[in-house]
Design a protein around this ligand. Structure first.
Ligand code: AMP
Ligand code: ZN
Length: 454
């Protein structure tokens, strides 16, 4: 299996360090609903995990919930996102975090993204974070200024892994008074007396809260050890968040946090990254309100490679919904009998997925299989079901929903009316069925009952 490693900037053969693959994915900052751009990243990580499992690896997946310490600017300035949201919505910071964590988990479930084995909140590991900062302090990598404890990036040889330092330095605008180097970052921030924070803790340096980059290092190490296999996130993390995680790990433990670093490209809206600050975000709930099936969004993202930008539009999503509906119908047409997995197709499918998760290619293999007239229906059914372990489109569960007797009887009655050319009565029944969520598709010899997707 080959995966693109952002660290070496090439595709590398992957094999895990231990029996179980250690996978850490940076989770949401729970101050608001996530948008479908964020969800694209979690979908890519889900496909990665499913592909590892399809290759017979066991995966230990850890995802953090950032419930403190992520500031409105990634560069250690601005307000804490959770505290800000709490003020605006007149709730406690803890209520905000809990509410949006729940909303996030609903979205994940709707998209058929498997839950990580471990969810860990940043606020659950404050003690360990303080310990990490103490190690860094002892080794001489920290300094204190008015607003907190900072990591001195000039002390670490080779700081700036994953990124192009010159670009980063040129691109930085915001700076904090007293910071020694433009790339230095906060490990611990002090609560400001006028700020009245709800989330704050004692530390050897004073009351405050941890920096976002420290949190992830600690949570990853706690559950996976150092180094572990794969660390993932959105492409924006190659500039600040991930280099700063790596820097702390190298400084404190003498080695990189993870061996493979993988990043998902952005979902764009009108050729710009979908993001709150740029406006125009779309949530999954909105898509649902508009009548889309969340899995149509999943299908849409599968149709683009995770390292390519994907432009979102309602038209593109409608196209994905149509393709998914067609796929479900074709799957139903394959009948209920199981056959054997067709090795020729499985090989092509696996080759596509194992080539740095080429899901668009894998979908192509799936459609070629469906259209192949030389293969037996039951074998095709079993093969598609097997592929769906990776694609996660829930084809089987949608297909096994039994049609109620009442619906079958009505459909039969309608057929009789049609045979007797009583089209008015036949149409009456058709409308009745539609209200019940079913429609009839007339075929050459007879008819098929279909269920509207809801
Ligand atoms: P945040 O809550 O801002 O930390 O974002 C959560 C995750 O979503 C991070 O891994 C981001 O890199 C990712 N992300 C943010 N915006 C987008 C986008 N437009 N497309 C894809 N991923 C995104
Ligand atoms: Zn992180």
């Amino acid at each position: 299996m080959k995966l693109y490693n952002s660290l070496t900037r090439k595709k590398e053969v992957f094999s895990p360090l231990k029996k179980e693959v250690g996978l850490y994915t940076c989770g949401p900052t729970v101050y608001d609903y996530v948008h479908i751009g964020n969800l694209r990243t979690y979908l890519f990580e889900d496909i990665l995990k499913r592909t590892l499992i399809y290759n017979h690896y066991r995966v230990k997946h850890v995802m953090n919930i950032t419930d403190v310490g992520h500031l409105t600017s990634d560069e250690d300035s601005g307000e804490d996102k959770i505290e800000k949201s709490a003020k605006e919505k007149k709730k406690t910071a803890w209520e905000i975090a809990e509410y949006y964590t729940k909303a996030f988990k609903n979205d994940i479930e709707d998209l058929n993204i498997g839950s990580p084995g471990v969810y860990v909140k940043a606020t659950e590991t404050i003690e360990e974070q303080i310990e990490l900062i103490e190690i860094l302090e002892k080794k001489g990598f920290t300094y204190q200024i008015e607003d907190g404890i900072y990591f001195d990036t000039s002390k670490l040889e080779g700081y700036g892994k994953l990124t192009n330092l010159a670009d980063i330095e040129a691109g930085k605008r915001v700076d904090i008074k007293g910071k020694k180097n433009i790339t230095d970052f906060a490990l611990w921030k002090f609560s400001k007396p006028e700020e009245k924070r709800q989330m704050e803790w004692n530390s050897p340096w004073g009351v405050g809260f941890p920096g976002w980059h420290t949190e992830c290092v600690v949570m990853a190490k706690k559950y996976l050890g150092v180094p572990f296999d794969i660390h993932c996130g959105g492409i924006d993390h190659v500039e600040i968040h991930h280099p700063n995680e790596i820097a702390q790990s190298e400084a404190a433990f003498g080695e990189n946090l993870a061996r493979f670093w993988m990043h998902g490209e952005f979902l764009n809206l009108k050729d710009e990254k979908m993001s709150k600050s740029k406006g125009g975000i779309v949530t999954l709930s909105r898509l649902k309100e508009e009548g889309f099936d969340p899995l149509a969004y999943r299908y849409l993202t599968l149709n683009a490679h995770y390292r390519s930008k994907l432009n979102f539009s309602t038209e593109a999503l409608s196209g994905a919904q149509n393709s998914l509906n067609k796929l479900r119908e074709r799957f139903l047409d394959l009948g209920h009998e199981e056959g054997k997995v067709i090795e020729k197709y499985k090989k092509q499918f696996l080759e596509a997925m194992n080539d740095d998760l080429n899901a668009p290619k894998a979908l192509e293999v799936l459609w070629n299989l469906i259209k192949d007239k030389n293969e037996k229906e039951n074998d095709k059914k079993s093969t598609v079901t097997d592929f769906d372990n990776v694609l996660g489109l829930s084809l089987s569960s949608k297909a096994t929903e039994e049609t109620p007797e009442e619906v079958k009887e009505l459909a039969e009655k309608r057929e009789k009316y049609r045979e007797n050319k009583d089209f008015e009565k036949a149409d009456e029944i058709r409308s009745k069925l539609e209200k019940m969520g079913y429609y009839i598709e007339d075929t050459k010899e007879s008819y098929k009952i279909r269920k509207y997707d809801k």
